[in-house]
Design a protein around this ligand. Structure first.
Ligand SMILES: NC(=O)c1ccc[n+]([C@@H]2O[C@H](COP(=O)([O-])OP(=O)(O)OC[C@H]3O[C@@H](n4cnc5c(N)ncnc54)[C@H](O)[C@@H]3O)[C@@H](O)[C@H]2O)c1
Length: 272
């Protein structure tokens, strides 16, 4: 028997923060998806122009209140400034999506330069840590949203999973493994405050990180001898759908998990 029917606008009067929301990759798609369920939005990126486009596209369709904040998430002072701005405009932060990430180029981990290590780890790991540190206290206080006071979603990667560790993008791969580890740690640390923390690990999706070029993705897969059991390059809206599910009441009892969405890529590596 279905005992819980999800209201259509289950994010109404709830604020969702999305980092890396200036790109027409997962960030913009997730922001649109949350707006479609009634959320107000904080859109963060270093790309101000991209943020304006995301904001305009959303405002054409939805009446979400939107704050755009240009801030480099790897810089804690900028993140703290963003948190201050958010607190001046909004009274809650229900959803935090740590989505901003960079791949840093094709380097095996030991051939990468120190500057690249610092940059990739700085955005993908320290960035998510900075932003989570800046907002978890607000979430903890939000009794009005019981049974769950807040939700955190980390956008990791197949490359951060045990099967998917990728020597072609070594530092990136290690950074996403660290983000998956933080997902589990934060689920433990924040569970007692009724905050869920989960990760989504995409496989290969057509976004600006791959120059929106399916050929580039196919070449990348071929060079590693990887086959996709469901032989399609991913559509970023599919990741937005998983984020919507995690943001919905249907996922209230899910925490500390890493949801892999990859057409079976991770399970197939070295097998087919
Ligand atoms: N596209 C894929 O196939 C794929 C697969 C697995 C994981 N991912 C992950 O998904 C996330 C989004 O990827 P995408 O494909 O949409 O990438 P994208 O490059 O299109 O978007 C990333 C956004 O993050 C922003 N950004 C970069 N550094 C930042 C910083 N220091 N502070 C704030 N914003 C910053 C960029 O300006 C950009 O707008 C990333 O974490 C990426 O690692 C992507």
């Amino acid at each position: 028997m279905l005992i819980h029917i999800i209201e259509e606008y289950y994010l109404k009067e709830k604020v969702a923060i999305v980092t890396g929301a200036g790109s027409d990759g997962f960030g913009r798609r997730m922001a649109k998806a949350f707006a479609s369920k009634g959320a107000d939005l904080v859109l963060n990126d270093i790309d101000e122009k991209g943020l304006e486009i995301t904001k305009e596209e959303i405002q054409k369709k939805y009446d979400s209140k939107i704050l755009t904040v240009k801030a480099d998430i790897s810089n804690s002072a900028e993140v703290d400034e963003m948190a201050k701005e958010v607190s001046e405009i909004f009274e809650n932060v229900f959803l935090l999506v740590n989505n901003a990430g960079i791949d840093g180029g094709l380097y095996s981990s030991l051939k990468a330069k120190e500057a690249l290590y610092d940059k990739v780890m700085g955005v993908n790991v320290k960035g998510a840590w900075n932003v989570t540190k800046a907002f978890y206290r607000v979430m903890k206080r939000q009794r009005e949203f019981m049974p769950i006071r807040g939700k955190i979603i980390n956008i990791a990667s197949c490359a951060g999973t045990q099967n998917g560790l990728n020597p072609f993008i070594g530092i990136y791969s290690a950074s996403k493994a660290a983000l998956i580890a933080f997902t589990k740690l934060w689920a433990l640390e924040l569970g007692p405050s009724d905050i869920t923390v989960n990760a989504i690990s995409p496989g290969v999706f057509l976004t600006p990180i791959y120059n929106n070029d399916p050929k580039l993705i196919r070449q990348f897969l071929k060079s590693r001898g990887v086959k996709l059991p469901i032989d399609k390059v991913g559509d970023p809206n599919w990741v937005a759908d998983i984020a919507l599910f995690l943001a919905s009441p249907a996922a209230n009892y899910i925490t500390g998990q890493n949801i892999i969405i990859d057409g079976g890529m991770c399970v197939s590596i070295n097998k087919i």
